[in-house]
Ligand binder design. Structure first.
Ligand code: UGA
Length: 435
């Protein structure tokens, strides 16, 4: 059995590496030649824990990395994992998925194989039926369900745990028709993940499940962030104790109740906007989803208000931002709230210095020489008038009074409550803790 994966981002590369490391004959395909060369040498083009090790194991097992689409000709399963980024109007950009479907269709036309095409990319309900399927059938001159299989297979992995999540997903969703291809795919996944529930449904529901998942996670975060803002106005109230306690109720669950500066990353913000856009297009006013988004967007204003009040204005003040990655253990700064905060502070003419254990290079691509970059915590704090902790990197937990000694004014804003309960000689504000 041969498996192809088209699009070697977080989802595709993790899948290719895991399948090959387990001994499946796997081909990873990407249009970016430079990226392919680097991956083929065992060097992923982004940081992800466990990925390099798994990729190297996969390459030892003959994982093929190529920019040659025609290699899918021999494959039994073809996973499509290309990006569906956000357009300016909030809808998703489908050009990459349309291109892939056209190329796959043309190759299908010239092969006697009857592969199963699985779409992992996040797409709004109806995309498979109205866009992908017609492109595939037109270019292959073959029929889905008869000559090839077509299945919606949304992905739920998180960056920073992508290898673990690929190996042990909480669910496998297969959307499509009840055909021999569905049976073959179900049997493939039951062998790959013997303990994971497999949900079989239609295309539209599978597509919607992905948005349901991510929008619910975003809702949990905005919910706790709203409570965090309320707690801040109740003397000594502590949002973490509240989250911990409500999380003990099995109906609520403890995960994704970590209050902070808001959700970022390449998925939750994009998927929220796409779902809001889609809901409106089908005549549903997305009141709750809009509120979740609004809370998220306003969260950084909380931080700016504290600085403005304490420093009596922002203009020309030296402000240090700790952590620009959208979460710890990644170098990814896409849609990071920290980047958004820096943009806001720059507009207000602050002088910004940043430190991040992994994301400095990616941050430089955004701000070039508009801000300063330091490669140590103490360097970033030197002469600073205010420090804001945005990302909860483990190494920040070691910060003590000695580390902040070089600050000109010791104003500490802790969006992740890293220093709660520690004796820190500073004017200390923690989001979600009542003053
Ligand atoms: C998210 C989902 O968690 C995955 O299930 C999904 O597969 C993925 O999007 C996707 O659609 O591809 P990811 O973007 O890697 O995964 O990041 P998360 O771990 O969900 O974090 C998103 C943001 O929420 C981060 O900025 C994080 O700091 C913030 N967050 C998360 C909180 O502020 N509090 C929390 O309790 C949890």
């Amino acid at each position: 059995m041969k498996i192809a994966i088209i699009g070697l981002g977080f989802v595709g590369l993790s899948l290719a590496a895991v399948l090959a490391s387990k001994g499946y004959k796997t081909i990873g395909i990407d249009i970016d030649k430079k990226k392919c060369t680097s991956i083929a040498k065992g060097n992923p083009t982004f940081f992800e824990p466990e990925l390099e090790k798994t990729l190297k194991k996969g390459l030892k097992n003959n994982l093929i990395i190529s920019n040659e689409f025609s290699l899918i000709k021999e494959c039994d399963f073809v996973f499509v994992t290309v990006g569906t980024p956000q357009r300016a109007d909030g809808a998703i950009e489908l050009s990459m998925i349309k291109n892939s479907a056209t190329k796959i269709g043309k190759i299908l036309h010239n092969t006697r194989k009857n592969p199963v095409i699985l779409i992992k990319s996040t797409v709004i309900p109806g995309t498979m039926k109205n866009i992908i399927l017609p492109i595939l059938e037109k270019n292959s001159k073959k029929k889905a369900g008869k000559d090839f299989g077509l299945i919606s297979n949304p992905e739920f992995l998180q960056e920073t745990t992508s290898i673990k999540d690929t190996k042990f997903p909480h669910a496998v969703v297969l959307g499509g028709y009840d055909t021999k291809y569905m049976k073959k795919t179900k049997s493939f996944f039951s062998k790959l993940h013997p303990k994971t529930p497999i949900v079989i449904t239609n295309h539209q529901t599978a597509e919607m499940v992905k948005y349901a998942n991510n929008s619910f996670l975003a809702t949990k975060i905005s919910f706790i962030n709203q409570l965090s803002n309320i707690c801040q106005n109740i003397p000594e109230a502590n949002v973490d104790d509240i989250a911990k306690t409500i999380g003990l109720d099995p109906r609520i669950g403890k995960l994704f109740l970590n209050a902070g500066p808001g959700y970022g990353g390449s998925c939750l913000p994009k998927d929220m906007k796409a779902l809001i856009n889609f809901a409106s297009s089908v005549g549903v006013k997305p009141i709750l989803l809009n509120a979740v988004e609004e809370i998220n967007q306003k969260q950084i204003q909380q931080i700016i208000k504290i600085i403005e009040k304490k420093l009596k204005g922002i203009s020309s003040k030296k402000i240090t931002v700790m952590g620009t990655a959208f979460k710890p253990d990644t170098d990814d700064v896409r849609d990071s709230i920290s980047i958004e905060l820096i943009k806001n502070l720059l507009k207000m003419k602050a002088k910004i210095t940043i430190y991040d254990p992994r994301a400095i290079e990616n941050t430089k691509k955004i701000f070039t020489n508009k801000i300063s970059y330091k490669n140590s915590i103490s360097g970033a704090l030197e002469k600073s008038q205010c420090v804001i902790f945005m990302t909860h990197w483990k190494e920040f937990e070691k910060i003590n009074n000695k580390s902040i000694k070089g600050m000109k004014r010791k104003l500490v804003i802790d969006c992740r409550r890293i220093f709660v309960g520690k004796k820190i000689n500073a004017e200390y504000y923690a989001l979600g803790i009542g003053k």
